[in-house]
Design a protein around this ligand. Structure first.
Ligand SMILES: [Zn+2]
Ligand SMILES: [Zn+2]
Length: 316
């Protein structure tokens, strides 16, 4: 395992920059916010840790990219920032998740709530879910794995890979020979296998969702500290990457959206603590829909402790 330990000087420059305008902008931030972000270059910080590389297949070694510091982010004229006319994140779910309609609807609400806390200040709207056939995407059964794959366009990702066993020969979603139909027959997606809704699946989904939306706001892959915006090449690496943004990426996101950092952390805490989040209107309509609708947040408990520590630094 290799530890990518940047010097205090490098991290300070990546966060604050040497540009006088950006330096004075940093000085004008709330004192608590600066205290938290300065943890980026405190060698003894237990809030922000260096990136560790575990194998050659990890993203950073297999996809060399230029790092992006705050100044490069700030001066990127192509990046998109929300404005009063455009401040809504729209999400479109394709297909279903979980084994009943109610789980699928609840899962979407959990993700929406998470996204609204993460991108604090923006509104998240879910568009009416559509079936795979409605998208008219082409699809295939992967010859090697026998898994069903949709040939999707940009900005689409699948939670299927985050279910347990997806990469194993035991995966229940494999398509059996007898089920194979023509490429225009979408009936193969009807009642297709759904991964079990678990806390780990929810954490992985929240991570992917916020990482990908982070890219939409112009945040590139992070090479500074352990961070949600680190690239990831495989599931083990993705699981290793934290749910939080490092101070450099946090400053980028705050610059794009303009939230109070402490209010954002409190909103994330509320999302974790409010386990029965937003179940109104999703009451089971018949006995086959009787499911446990409690939000499975066990996998967020460590992160909860981390957020509490950050709030303490912010409010010291
Ligand atoms: Zn990425
Ligand atoms: Zn980062």
């Amino acid at each position: 395992m290799q530890v990518l330990q940047h010097s205090e000087h490098t991290l300070k420059k990546a966060l604050i920059s040497k540009n006088p305008v950006l330096m004075s902008q940093y000085e004008k931030l709330d004192a608590g916010e600066r205290r938290l972000m300065n943890e980026a270059f405190q060698p003894s910080s237990d809030l922000f840790e260096p990136i560790t590389v575990h194998s050659k297949s990890d993203w950073i070694t297999s996809h060399p990219e230029d790092p992006q510091d705050f100044e490069q982010f700030f001066t990127d004229h192509n990046r998109k920032a929300p404005c009063p006319e455009k401040h809504i994140i729209y999400m479109q779910s394709i297909g279903s998740l979980g084994n009943t309609r109610v789980i699928s609807e609840e899962y979407i609400k959990w993700l929406k709530g998470y996204c609204e806390a993460f991108f604090y200040g923006l509104t998240v709207k879910f568009l009416e879910p559509v079936s795979v056939s409605a998208t008219k995407c082409s699809f295939r059964v992967n010859e090697h794995t026998q898994n069903l794959q949709i040939h999707a366009g940009v900005g689409i990702f699948s939670f299927a890979r985050y279910g347990k066993d997806f990469y194993s020969s035991r995966y229940e979603g494999k398509v059996k020979k007898a089920q194979r139909t023509s490429s225009s027959d979408y009936s193969i997606f009807d009642n297709y296998y759904n991964p079990e809704v678990t806390s780990i699946l929810l954490r992985r989904s929240c991570k992917t969702l916020t990482h990908e939306i982070g890219h939409i706001f112009g945040l590139r892959h992070c090479q500074w500290l352990a961070c949600l915006m680190q690239g990831s090449n495989h599931l083990e690496e993705s699981d290793r990457r934290p749910l939080h943004l490092c101070p450099i990426c946090l400053r980028k996101l705050q610059c794009a959206i303009g939230f109070s950092i402490v209010e954002r952390y409190k909103a994330l805490l509320r999302w974790i603590d409010d386990e029965s989040n937003d179940t109104s209107g999703a009451a089971p309509k018949n006995s086959s829909d009787q499911v446990n609708l409690k939000k499975p947040v066990e996998a967020f408990k460590d992160w909860r402790e981390w957020i509490i520590k950050c709030i303490a630094v912010l409010e010291k």
